[in-house]
Design a protein around this ligand. Structure first.
Ligand code: ATP
Ligand code: MG
Length: 460
């Protein structure tokens, strides 16, 4: 089938240029190959239309990074893929920061290249479909209920804004409690499907037969107990959105069926013979890397590529410190009963909140704020109303740890650090036994002589 997508490829090296050109032409794309990067510079600035640009990084007289910068300026809605040889990956990462869609490292696998091209083209479409909507949307960050102060989270909000108006499939990745469902709902709420159903299904929670009939429905008599026919969630969410949560836990048989639904846009109820057309947008979420599951053979690679047309990654809370306090205030406010005064958070607690690692991410912070509101008596949130677990972890952490990025730090040799910590611990144990050295040595399972050596002089 002829493909109308136009791709500009710029590479000084004739061999590599001709290989990529042949590959993409074979896929039906309209390819413009160019060896002279100075000509490419003119072309990028011209009116000639492209849906995708592919630049090699190392070129002269104009290098790929320069072309990228000009492309971002002149064609903000056209995706750019960078090609890079091994050893220049740092530059490729730099390119991502400048707005490249992705990069491909030479030598590349053909499939990898084609998939990147496909995804980049999808991305161009979402960007272009969005131009008009952006004007209607007004404010860039008008997501009242999503805190996105950190650059990482801003990026997520940007992505929501871009993908929401399209029907593209989105795969949301994030550790437990990072806000995957919130993001999925925001996509639905900002789409033309708003007002239609948003249904969530936890793909890891139901046994295979139940999940299958839940998703695709069943006809009467399809299995023992199927006394009447039932529509599946794909049908229920027709014209709306289905959110496939914990997709990594979906049994492999159902993965095959889902793939077919995505391809054909039709479902067949369990036991049925009819295919019913459905127009349901699919959003999926996972807290395990599907790439790992593919390697283990528990997740279908073809389904992965179908689902992750646009991937959105939500970073763990500990990697986006700027969000912690705004989130804490936001969550605190939503826990207050109506008319209650908004308490302040004292500086010791603020410090703890930003130093704690939040293994349960935003959900854990939410629970901590619930706890605080329940136990707070005055207008200030102090340390004593935080959950015990959090206090325990903070108490066992040496002062000043974990370090905040950019914080000045006087680095000690590891053995000196360990010796200091050991001394503190031995002193604690000794005071627990009221200074009885024999008992302390016994508890620590060391000889009395060793205990003496490890104690600070004033305790010997
Ligand atoms: N950026 C944010 N701004 C405001 N609230 C947030 C944000 N991120 C998460 N939350 C809140 O944190 C809670 C957990 O979010 P959510 O349920 O979406 O996470 P999840 O990734 O789906 O978690 P799980 O993996 O446990 O299913 C929700 O109450 C959500 O509203
Ligand atoms: Mg969830």
């Amino acid at each position: 089938m002829a493909n109308l997508d136009r791709i500009l490829i710029v590479d000084n090296e004739p061999g590599s240029l001709s290989v990529v050109t042949t590959l993409l032409k074979a896929e039906g794309y309209q390819v413009t190959p160019l060896r002279e990067s100075e000509k490419a510079l003119e072309l990028v600035k011209s009116d000639e239309e492209f849906e995708l640009m592919v630049f090699d990084i190392r070129m002269s007289p104009v290098d790929g990074m320069e072309l990228l910068k000009v492309a971002r300026e002149f064609r903000p809605t056209v995706s750019v893929i960078m090609m890079t040889a091994y050893g220049t990956v740092e530059t490729a990462i730099e390119a991502l920061k400048l707005g490249a869609f992705d990069y491909v490292t030479k030598p590349y696998k053909v499939e990898e290249l084609l998939i990147t091209v496909q995804r980049a083209l999808e991305y161009t479409k979402t960007l272009q479909e969005n131009i008009d909507l952006k004007a209607q949307l007004g404010s860039r960050y008008e997501y009242d209920n999503i805190i996105c102060e950190s650059p990482a989270m801003r990026n997520v909000c940007d992505m929501i804004e871009r993908v929401a108006p399209t029907d593209v499939t989105v795969l949301i990745y994030g550790e437990s409690g990072t806000g995957k469902e919130l993001v999925a709902k925001a996509i639905h709420e900002h789409s033309h499907r708003k007002g239609q159903r948003f249904v969530a299904v936890n793909c890891a929670a139901l046994p295979e037969p139940l999940l299958e009939s839940e998703m695709f429905g069943h006809v009467k008599g399809a299995f023992t107990g199927a006394s009447s026919s039932k529509a599946g969630l794909f049908e229920v969410a027709d014209a709306g959105t289905i959110f496939l949560d914990e997709i990594g836990g979906m049994p492999i048989n159902i993965q095959g069926k889902l793939l077919r639904v995505l391809q054909e846009k039709e479902v067949r109820r369990v036991g049925g013979s009819e295919n019913l057309p459905v127009n349901t947008r699919v959003l999926a979420a996972t807290n395990t890397r599907l790439e790992d599951l593919i390697k283990r053979g528990t997740f279908r690679e073809d389904l992965y590529y179908r689902l992750s047309v646009i991937p959105i990654e939500i970073k763990p809370l500990r990697e986006r410190l700027q969000d912690i306090l705004p989130l804490a205030y936001h969550l605190l406010r939503s826990e207050l009963s109506q008319g209650a005064r908004m308490p302040s958070i004292d500086s010791e607690v603020r410090d703890m909140l930003t130093r704690y690692a939040w293994p349960g991410n935003v959900r854990e912070l939410e629970n901590a704020m619930k706890h605080a509101v329940t136990f707070a008596t005055g207008d200030v949130i102090t340390k004593d109303v935080l959950p015990a677990r959090l206090l325990d972890v903070m108490a066992s952490m040496p002062a000043g740890f974990p370090l905040k990025p950019g914080e000045p730090f006087n680095c000690k040799a590891l053995k000196n650090y360990l010796r200091d910590r050991e001394k503190e611990y031995v002193v604690q144990v000794l005071s627990h036994f009221d200074g009885d050295k024999s008992k302390a040595a016994e508890a620590l399972q060391v000889s009395l002589a060793t205990l003496y050596r490890k104690l600070p002089e004033s305790y010997r």
